[in-house]
Design a protein around this ligand. Sequence first.
Ligand code: SF4
Ligand code: SF4
Length: 448
Amino acid sequence: MKPSKFNIISSSKESPNKILLYNTLHDHRILFDDPELNPQILFEKLKNNFSMSEKESDVVSQLKEMGLVLDDEVDEQALFDSWYHEKIRERTDVMQVTILPTMNCNLACDYCFENDVRENGIMKPEMISQTIDWMTQRLTNIRPRELHMTFFGGEPLLHPKAIREISKSMWSVCESLNIEMAFGMVTNGVLLTPEFVEELLPVGFRWIKITFDGDREAHDKKRIKHNREGTFDIIYDNLCKIAGKLKVSIGGNFDNDNYASMFSLVDRIRQSPFANDIVSARFKPIMKINPDIVSGRDGKVTSFCEVCSFNDPQINGILALQEKTRSTGLPVQKRPEIGPCEYHSRHSLTIGPDGSLYKCPAFVGVSHLAAGHVRDEKYNAQGETQVTMPKWDEDCESCAYLPNCCGGCRMNSVNKTGSLEVKSCEGNYLSRSIEDFMQQEIARLSEE
Ligand code: SF4
Ligand code: SF4
């Protein structure tokens, strides 16, 4: 027998007898707290065919049932490949669609990538209808159990008509097809009203993601209106007015200027009237777009998407903020990962205001990465290539982080190398964040 290649082992820094075994493929976390049982020694004995105590043999049998120990002849890479194929790439249980009703924005944050792609403008009435038709057709063909929609932008609330029409139409389509539907939006929150929320609650409006770039003073230097006015109080008050109605994810983008202020922001939102609505609080470093490589962008800085937060040089800053957030009792990310994000799933996609389809929200506006158009039934050749191209290489196949990463973020690949096909490895980031996660898990499981 042999240990799974997706096992990771870490001892508690405070009590070295407590050892966590984490399997990245099955997401199992097992705490060893018995001086006679050490998974590292157990696996060494297994590999070398050494004899084991009865206790050790019992544990090995249990680990085998869980897939953390395998018979020698099992090809674990083949198991992973088929997991990826069925559960990620070709999954049909959930269809995830991100819709950008407009690239326009009522704010003028200087790091926003969408400053560069606004000429694509606003979703016109015929494009709203084509988007509804295209999604209806897809849902009818695929018949997922759930439809998850995200309105993103630009600022989606600048085009409430598109949000209303799409969400109401898709709700009745989903009802007729017996599909559960939920949607949310990534909004700056300036135009959010209780009336709009109330109107759309019956058609599946469930969550919002709001960004604060620090506490009031720092935020008001970054997230400003076109007339340079700050927006902290407006957003905060709007969130207070809808307290109890939606789940709220809090995001924040930091650089050296506002990093310290993120800590007081965490304290403030913890004490806010909407604290109980918060389901996640995640803060990310602002990343740079390479203007020489990503055509269609002029080199402004941005965070790529709502999923990724990797950034190796900033890992200490990310972890310290995560620790601060955790210490206040606010929810933090449950599993350290880069992927597999929506880019990997055939039936998940982003629709731009002009009806172009993309496999990743960060590709919007980069025309050569468009995967098709809502007027067409199928992805174009570029879309099909993105779905089917190999996502990882031989090095990844011996990397325990493969299930948390699947070969890395492809926007990062494009940004660094100009090519989707060149892997961009964030192994250092993953290794630090997984170690931090394991220490937290040891503490959590010790209390159970
Ligand atoms: S490819 Fe990268 S930027 Fe795109 S959705 Fe995935 S993690 Fe986010
Ligand atoms: S890209 Fe790097 S971290 Fe990700 S699976 Fe491959 S080797 Fe591991």
